[in-house]
Design a protein around this ligand. Structure first.
Ligand code: FAD
Ligand code: SIN
Length: 559
């Protein structure tokens, strides 16, 4: 199969990019591939909303920029922070035009939410199911786009580069070129190749690497692992954000239910097992301190009391308002026997968001030619050492747009600058980003088919399941909220064994999505441990008790 634009991932990042390219170039073919159902994405589960400066009230770009920089603890790229926050309102307006609805008050003004680390109410939301609403609106618009083809339940295995044409590709190769991907068609259980002029990775996060996470099962870091194998650059993987408040359900593994931070924005209070409101002992911003601080405080309270959770107390809140803003959470709590009006909600931190990922420039270009990345799989420089709440959906929108601008630029014959219905885009000219010719297809006919020779059906799938459990256990026990050198070394040793066993399976058995995900998650785990070991300080989400201070030399760790 050949396509002009190949998009991997059907969350907010992939869908937004696909729509923009398809609308601007109606004669070109845009193909979206997703390994699950179209809407099974991290995006669908987003609750709190999108942080964006409105023209209402006291807010300003400067305040949002400042909040983002403070949360990022010295590691944000200021230029990227400024452009995301300033371009954000335009991008949000576009998804509203595509049909996304955000809550309004009786006067027709947006209701704005508050979350940790924000100095103003600025979060647009659709009750407590913002992501589901955005995903719905984008998928509805995609349905009506004749030049977009969505392929579901197909698993992208690897990026095709000149390595597959027999050339030596190393980390030092400066012109690694992406020609498309190998993809496992699960229906016929065969790996096929898709050749593309331009490829976008929008593969989302990696929360499944940990035992408990707010992420659904698709979040296995596939894009990051693929780029690493293809010798592309990966950045800041040590900064894994643990959300302070996932619903605690005894013995539960895998995806946990999120209790949005917006509840603390509306006055919810964290209490330890003895009922004490403890956050004032940790930070003057109390329950609305940035996430790294709140998650570490909870972790500490749990360690002191020897319990597996603390509580979120909402009993003093107006229940009618609570039900109106958080109907999904209210119902979920009731379904597990918690009436939020009378009972406190047991909560514990869970792996939530990957601040690092595939290193990109300000136009979403990766270190591999013809390969773009945006959304959670990318490391753009916005989040630094700790993402500010609700900045992720915003980043995905802004960078999907920037990837679109950069990747359609070679098709723009008008040298006066890229034209768009809105006019000239940021005075941007196609030459400005030195874009290579679209899809240098020289030699693609020589790309070999996938070689499955010498492999046989796996005898026991349980081996994969057990290895996955081991990986999640190791990552949670040794590479969690609080780390130290001995733990990191232990984790690396355990992962070495898992890596060897899994590579052996990969070489000798026919591949399945489960095996491919395990292989990718081991790679991602390895990258997190390596980056964490290289960072000899504590900053943002990375806390190492052997180096409980910040270094004055501030660096990104690129692998
Ligand atoms: P996703 O939406 O995760 O989409 C990834 C896509 O890639 C999926 O379609 C998947 O199937 C596909 N894919 C992955 N690997 C492969 C492969 N190998 N082959 C084929 N397809 C593949 N952020 C905010 O800003 N505000 C919030 O309120 C908020 N709340 C959140 C609540 C929860 C519970 C969670 C989990 C996250 C929340 N976030 C929030 C974070 C935010 O939702 C995500 O960062 C964002 O939605 C990621 O979008 P994405 O398009 O990059 O990836
Ligand atoms: C939440 O609603 O608490 C999650 C927001 C986010 O992750 O940005």
């Amino acid at each position: 199969m050949q396509t002009d634009f190949l998009v991997i991932g059907s969350g907010i990042a992939g869908l937004t990019y696909a729509l923009k390219v398809a609308q601007y170039l109606p004669d070109k073919k845009v193909t979206i591939i997703t390994k699950a159902a179209a809407d099974e994405t991290n995006t669908k589960y987003a609750q709190g909303g999108i942080a964006v400066v409105n023209d209402l009230g006291n807010d300003s770009f400067e305040k949002h920029i400042e909040d983002t920089l403070i949360s990022g603890d010295g590691l944000c790229n200021r230029k990227i922070v400024e452009l995301v926050i300033k371009e954000g309102p335009e991008r949000v307006k576009e998804i509203i035009e595509w049909g996304a609805r955000f809550d309004k008050d009786a006067d027709g003004d947006f209701k704005l939410g508050m979350e940790g680390g924000h100095s103003e109410f600025r979060i647009l939301h659709h009750k407590d199911v913002t992501g589901m609403e955005i995903e719905r609106a984008l998928l509805d618009t995609i349905e009506k786009s004749p030049n977009i083809n969505m392929i579901k339940h197909c698993f992208v295995v690897d990026i095709i580069t000149q390595h597959h044409l027999g050339y030596l590709v190393t980390k030092a190769t400066t012109d690694v070129n992406c020609f498309g991907v190998y993809v496992l068609n699960a229906k016929i259980n065969r790996i096929e190749k898709i050749i593309a002029g331009t490829t976008l990775l929008a593969t989302g996060g990696n929360g499944q690497v940990y035992r408990t996470t707010t992420n659904p099962s698709i979040a296995t870091g596939d894009g990051v692992a693929m780029v690493y194998r293809a010798k592309g650059r990966i950045e800041n993987m040590e900064f894994i954000q643990f959300h302070p408040t996932a619903l605690y359900e005894a013995g539960k593994r895998g995806q946990g239910f999120l209790i949005t931070e917006a509840i603390r924005g509306d006055g919810g209070i964290l209490r330890n097992i003895h009922g004490e409101a403890f956050m004032e002992r940790y930070d003057v911003r109390k329950d609305l301190a940035p996430r790294d601080i709140v998650a570490r405080a909870i972790d500490n309270e749990m360690k002191i009391s020897g319990t597996e959770h603390v509580y979120l107390d909402c009993r003093h809140l107006n229940i009618e308002k609570f039900k109106e803003h958080f109907p999904n959470i209210y119902e979920k709590c009731l379904s597990v026997g918690i009436d939020v009006e009378k009972n406190m909600i047991p909560v514990a931190p869970a792996a939530h968001y990957s601040c690092g990922g595939i290193k990109t420039n300000e136009w979403g270009r990766t270190s591999i030619l013809n390969l773009y990345a945006c959304g959670e799989c990318a490391s753009t420089g916005l989040h630094g050492a700790n993402r500010l709440a609700s900045n992720s959906l915003l980043e995905a929108l802004v960078f999907a747009h920037r990837c679109y601008v950069a990747s359609v630029a070679p098709f723009d014959n008008d040298d006066a600058g890229l034209q768009h219905p809105d006019g000239l885009l940021f005075g941007f000219k196609s030459n400005d980003i030195n874009t290579p010719p679209p899809g240098n297809m020289n030699g693609v006919s020589a790309i070999p088919d996938w070689n499955a020779e010498g492999t046989s059906e796996p005898k026991e799938m349980i081996l994969i399941t057990q290895s996955l459990k081991e990986l999640q256990q190791v990552m949670s026990d040794y590479v969690g909220i609080v780390r130290n050198n001995v733990r990191l070394q232990r984790a690396l040793k355990r992962l070495d064994i898992l890596f060897e066993e899994t590579e052996d399976l990969y070489q000798t058995t026919t591949v399945s999505p489960q095996l491919l995900e395990l292989r990718n998650m081991i790679t991602v785990g390895y990258l997190i441990i390596k980056a964490a070991s290289f960072r000899k300080e504590s900053r943002g989400l990375h806390f190492n008790t052997d180096y409980p201070y910040k270094l004055s030399l501030i660096e990104n760790i690129v692998l």
